[in-house]
Design a protein around this ligand. Structure first.
Ligand code: AVJ
Length: 352
């Protein structure tokens, strides 16, 4: 699409290679479902490598980015609908209530890069905020899950026929190369909703924001950040009554069984999530209910009763602590929009 149209000032010699390496299938119109596999061999290998490295550590841990296989993504969508899980609906409300002001800071004809695009629902709120003739020209959703991304991009294209959509299948926790901006476009603007930034460790969050600032020169970043609040409210959001969050956490074991020839007993582990106030983060763990040995391919891992695997850290911020982090990464913090109950925040950060 955008690549073939020749509208953008692409430095062909350097970018062609990068395009091919990060975007195996950039042309939506020639996309065919038959080309898709649930998880590539390489991804499986990387997944396996990360899992084994994480479980060999003294404090066992797995990266939360591996929650989102097809089943995990569906469970996450259900989490977003739970009465206890306030972030999604609160952020959507903030984006809706402040659409005009947000469109104003983003400016006309922007190029929007979304990090971890998922099912592309929140971006519609952003697009719909613009007056006719000022909407973003180009949209580059970056997501690790190529199958899901291409399908969502096709649906979005049907709704926004004028928008140039350039899906980028990549892990946004790694340095990323994007095509050069089109000559006629406005600012390059990052969109990072959902408080996904909270999944990074503090040093990783700083590094991510630094890379984002480099990628978004001359533009800015619109980022959703969950706020520090009453611990009971945070606790409930990760310990829902219906057990969907527990199923989401345990699904990681099922995924390892399916993709890495592991033999985790899903009944042998308990979902355990709590708010650690001293670190301003929710931690999710899988705790072994008994002494057991688990096989992952050729590897064996012993668990004593009560041993835990850390599966997610979800950091919470105050407005000030987040603005300080953004400033340290090379942004000038701009306006911040917050709901009435002060549950969630959406920040506009200008690249310095
Ligand atoms: C998508 C990372 C923002 O941390 O709240 C939801 C994921 N984990 N319930 C979060 C999640 C458990 C979510 N993020």
């Amino acid at each position: 699409m955008a690549q073939a149209s020749g509208r953008q000032a692409v430095d062909e010699s350097t970018l062609r290679l990068n395009f091919e390496s990060i975007m195996p299938n950039p042309n939506l119109s020639t996309f065919s479902p038959a080309e898709l596999v649930p998880s590539s061999q390489t991804e499986r290998t990387r997944f396996g490598r990360d899992v084994i490295a994480g479980l060999r550590q003294e404090a066992r841990r797995l990266s939360p980015k591996y929650f989102y296989d097809v089943a995990g993504s569906a469970l996450f969508d259900r989490i977003c609908e739970l009465p206890e899980y306030y972030p999604t609906r609160t952020e959507i409300g903030i984006l809706r209530d402040n659409a005009k002001a947000i469109a104003e800071v983003v400016g006309p004809n922007a190029e929007v890069v979304e990090f971890g695009a998922g099912s592309l629902t929140k971006i519609r709120l952003l697009f719909d905020a613009f007056a006719a003739g000022e909407a973003p020209l180009r949209y580059m959703p970056v997501d690790i899950s190529g199958e899901h991304l291409h399908m969502a991009a096709r649906r979005l294209q049907a709704e926004y026929p004028a928008l140039q959509i350039q899906p980028v299948v990549a892990d946004y926790t790694m340095p990323l190369i994007l095509p050069k901006a089109a000559a006629d476009s406005g600012k390059r603007v990052g969109f990072f909703p959902g408080s996904s930034l909270g999944n990074f460790q503090p040093d990783e969050a700083l590094e991510f924001l630094r890379l984002a600032a480099r990628l978004l020169q001359g533009g800015g970043l619109l980022v959703g950040v969950d706020l520090v609040k009453e611990p009971a409210v945070l606790h409930a959001a990760y310990n829902d009554d219906q057990g969907v969050t527990a199923a989401f956490n345990l699904n990681l074991l099922r995924r390892m069984n399916a993709e890495l020839a592991a033999d985790f007993d899903l009944n042998g582990f308990a979902h355990y999530a709590f708010y650690q106030a001293a670190r301003q983060r929710v931690e999710m763990h899988l705790v072994s209910k008994l002494r057991q040995t688990v096989r992952i391919g050729e590897e064996r891992f012993d668990f004593a009763e009560g041993d835990s695997i850390l599966t997610e850290e979800s950091h919470k911020f105050t407005v000030d602590s987040f603005r300080a982090l953004a400033a340290a990464a090379g942004f000038s913090p701009g306006p911040v929009w917050i709901d009435e109950q002060r549950l969630f925040s959406v920040h506009w950060l200008v690249v310095r």
